[in-house]
Design a protein around this ligand. Structure first.
Ligand code: HEM
Length: 127
């Protein structure tokens, strides 16, 4: 059987490194940081669970939190295209940090790009 993107990436170990690095950049990003809590450990834990299943690994997020309903869960936060772009930039740096390259990187980037722009829920530039 073909490997899932999750396995191809390097499973839990690499995903954990990537997500940890991602929130390190989020914390330093002046567009994103104001939306997030100071302590990002629980956010990172949920993101690892979500990306595990998003990439074809075990359904860790759904088992603990139910259906992701990501757009609904992001509604409390005003998310503009500027936020989506910044989110994807941080994720790009996180991918660099684990040397993710080639077709797997392109595949994951295109899926995350669609998801990030799907989260946009306001065009109000004052945020
Ligand atoms: C949670 C912002 C895109 C997955 C959150 C939270 C914020 C946020 C502020 C709440 C953090 C907390 O209170 O712990 C954003 C912004 C995005 C974005 C500004 C820009 C487009 C994405 C994308 C994904 C994603 C593309 C998935 C690929 C998640 C998950 C959670 C979350 C799984 C945890 C939900 C829960 O509470 O169970 N996000 N997000 N987000 N985000 Fe995003």
């Amino acid at each position: 059987m073909d490997m899932t993107p999750y396995e191809h990436l390097g499973g839990e170990e690499v995903l954990t490194k990537m997500v940890t690095n991602f929130y390190h950049h989020v914390k330093q990003n002046e567009v994103l940081a104001p939306l997030f809590p100071d302590d990002l450990s629980e956010t990172a834990r949920k993101q690892i669970q979500f990306l595990t299943q998003f990439l074809g690994g075990p359904s860790l997020y759904t088992m603990e939190h139910g259906h992701p309903m990501l757009r609904a869960r992001h509604m409390p936060f005003p998310i503009t295209e500027r936020h989506a772009k910044a989110w994807l930039e941080c994720m790009g740096k996180a991918m660099d940090s684990v040397s993710l390259e080639g077709p797997l990187r392109d595949f994951i980037t295109s899926r995350l790009t669609m998801t990030a722009y799907h989260m946009v829920n306001t065009s109000d530039d004052s945020h």
